[in-house]
Design a protein around this ligand. Sequence first.
Ligand code: FES
Ligand code: FES
Length: 156
Amino acid sequence: MLVQFEVNDKAVSVEVEPRTTLVDCLRYQLRLTGTHVGCEHGVCGACTVLVNGEAVRSCLILAVQVDGSKVVTIEGLSNDTELTPLQKSFRKHHALQCGFCTPGIVTTAHALLTEEPDCGADRVRQVLSGNICRCTGYISIVEAILDARAAYKTGS
Ligand code: FES
Ligand code: FES
């Protein structure tokens, strides 16, 4: 089936099997390998991307379901010139170790901060409960997200 959608502001047309998940389409057909695959059944959050602004587990939806949608991956949340405020905050707070969970967590955090730039630590923890990190213990991640709130309040 031909599926047409936007990825990181670029229009794409991809021929997929009806059963192809969005994450497999992104990684193996569009070569956007920043989106990771962990559990493949909606538990770990490593595969989180934005679909029309909502944080979505790309292992749980089919590529054909995003036809006509706007998809943003972790690659679309960075640029070639400098780190974004959220990336800077993750670096400042040492909010990653192995980095496997990081694309999903940054994407989840971006969606949260875009919608709720005044969120508190409890809300951050609640939202992050869908993202498993085996390394950090989460404290540094929560601190990084809270520290990045200012940038979202000013629309950065
Ligand atoms: S790979 Fe999608 S939630 Fe784990
Ligand atoms: S930094 Fe290793 S799983 Fe989160």
